[in-house]
Design a binder for this molecule. Structure first.
Ligand code: CP
Length: 310
């Protein structure tokens, strides 16, 4: 089988369906590894990885760090809040200083769109985008697609609705690219003000009525409203948002089928999703988190193989 086609993981847009399938096959192996009593393999003993987080994170940061440690890589962690970025250091200077400590792979979350692409052109290391502003979050999309495949057996032909703040969501865009490459049909649903005007040009349907969207779908991926990225009001009140777009038991009970409920986290319980739905058997939210470690082990392993074979 051919190797991973890219030197970096900057976005799902840049990789092929074959790349995604290779990551899934590799993740299957690592999922088995992390469920063993001894959860560690020596594969990356000669690889050093820097996790650079210029924006807050719980799941992605911990998941990458655990994936790297399960592969026996050396790991250094950087958080912008506690760094010399606060003293005016540029991104390239920060990263080149870290790279001079002989780092092979950089995992970076950054608030600016395209930060990973920019870095990949200016520094000598493999870059994994852990979320760049409102643009892409490729490892989240890979773990989401992997979790859907695990739950439903396949992705091709499945109807998947992404609900909520599509405008500010890097998860939405990466999910659209990944799931379309794997043959799913995608719709988005949310307030019209939170749906990008160009979305239909990506081959994505728009449904403004949440009950119709739920009736159509096999899977609902529910997103948080990203108040921190809003400088104007996009809807009158959180209460109205919850009434019109919140996923609750009454809405799911009105369907003549069980759909799969996903959420990338962090959840705002009682806003975009009620606790009884988030904690129900239909929800695979914690499976997504578990699969995130295997998916991140897979992508790191595939990039490290390239480095060793270069
Ligand atoms: N899903 C996700 O990216 O969560 P964090 O912001 O906690 O990393």
């Amino acid at each position: 089988m051919a190797g991973f086609s890219s030197q970096h993981l900057l976005g799902i847009k840049h990789i092929t369906k074959q790349d995604i399938e290779l990551i899934f096959d590799t993740a299957n192996h690592f999922k088995e590894v992390i469920n063993r009593p001894i959860k560690k393999v020596p594969s990356l003993r000669d690889i050093t990885i820097a996790n650079l987080f210029f924006e807050n994170s719980t799941r992605t940061r911990l998941s990458f760090e655990l994936a790297e440690k399960r592969l026996s890589a050396d790991v250094i962690n950087f958080s912008a809040n506690q760094s010399s970025v606060k003293k005016g250091e540029t991104l390239i200077d920060t990263v080149n200083n870290i790279l001079s400590m002989k780092v092979d792979i950089v995992v970076m979350r950054h608030p600016d769109v395209g930060a990973g692409v920019f870095l990949s052109k200016h520094v000598n290391a493999r870059i994994i985008n852990a979320g760049d502003g409102t643009h892409e979050h490729p490892t989240q999309a890979l773990l989401d697609a992997y979790s859907i495949k695990e739950k439903l057996g396949s992705i091709k032909g499945k109807n998947i609705v992404i609900v909520g703040d599509i405008l500010h969501s890097r998860v939405a865009l990466s999910n659209i690219f990944a799931l379309q490459k794997l043959g799913a049909n995608i719709k988005v649903c949310g307030p019209a003000t939170l749906i990008p005007k160009h979305i239909k040009s990506l081959g994505v349907g728009v449904e403004l009525n949440i009950d119709k969207a739920l009736q159509w779908c096999d899977v609902a991926n529910v997103l948080r409203v990203q108040h921190e990225r809003m400088d104007i009001k996009y809807f009158p009140s959180v209460r109205e948002y919850t009434q019109l777009f919140g996923i609750n038991k009454a809405r799911l009970n009105a369907l003549n089928k069980d759909i799969v409920i996903m959420h990338p986290g962090p959840i705002n319980r009682g806003v975009e999703i009620t606790s009884d739905v988030a904690d129900s058997k239909q929800a695979i939210i914690l499976n997504q988190v578990e699969n995130g470690v295997a998916i991140r082990m897979a992508i790191i392993y595939l990039l490290a193989e390239q480095i060793k074979n270069a």
